[in-house]
Ligand binder design. Sequence first.
Ligand code: SAM
Length: 277
Amino acid sequence: MQTAATPAGTLFVVATPIGNLGDLSPRALDTLKAVAAICAEDTRHTRQLLAHYGVEKPLVALHEHNEEQLAAKIVARLLAGESLALVSDAGTPLISDPGFRLVRAARAAGVRVSPVPGACAFVAALSAAGLPSDRFVFEGFLPAKASGRRERLARLVAETRTLVFYESAHRIEEALADLATAFGDERPAVLARELTKLFETVLDGTLAELRAKVATDANQRKGEFVLLVHGAGEDADAQIAEGRRLYAKLSEHLPPSTAAKLAAELSGAPRKALYGQ
Ligand code: SAM
């Protein structure tokens, strides 16, 4: 137990870059230099990062499969007075990464847990997407199995907040297809790829347009992705009302398909929702 003679150390939860090494903050670097040891998801990966900054530090492998059993040992070190850092392979630990069990155990033991904030892929994506960001839901990775993925998406159809997902290169096409089926081809979305890296792209369009771009450009299927989807509901209702008003006016002078296309572009409403009104 913690005593006055041996004040507990601090567990620093340190964010690391999601691609661009310039994104490691000076405070993160100072913290990594100061701690007794660093708990890392993949020690080889973290050793490379530390080597880049000329830091040598004992590493403790802490990953999904050993976190539960290792947490008690790490907490014992913290209680004995050592300060430790927790990092993951990229970005902020605990965000679709290990660390939750350790942080919970440390807090339960009365250990100070202090964040050293920095890069996080979904926050970076949201900041550049141009979708409503006042309220959003971070859904992490969708289930790998098609049936599980579709069930999860079906539960999100009426969600009015911006939806944010992580996705890997080998499932990006399937994910986009399932999103379009669940939310409709015309739902506005953003695909943020390789953020902070050389081939960073942030594409916006309807889900159908994004599917087409990814299907026809092999480069858009490579790397790491954050997928953001406009929420349903009030906002969408207002857009549709505005789109229908525009469509009614424009179709007095233009063929229906052109009027609907323009009204959809101007209002942001799905084109299909404007036809036949
Ligand atoms: N802890 C990390 C964070 O703070 O964002 C996320 C770790 S999670 C295991 C990895 C996923 O994050 C990738 O599959 C991808 O969806 C997303 N991601 C990580 N780096 C990214 C980047 N540079 N650009 C786009 N997405 C990225």
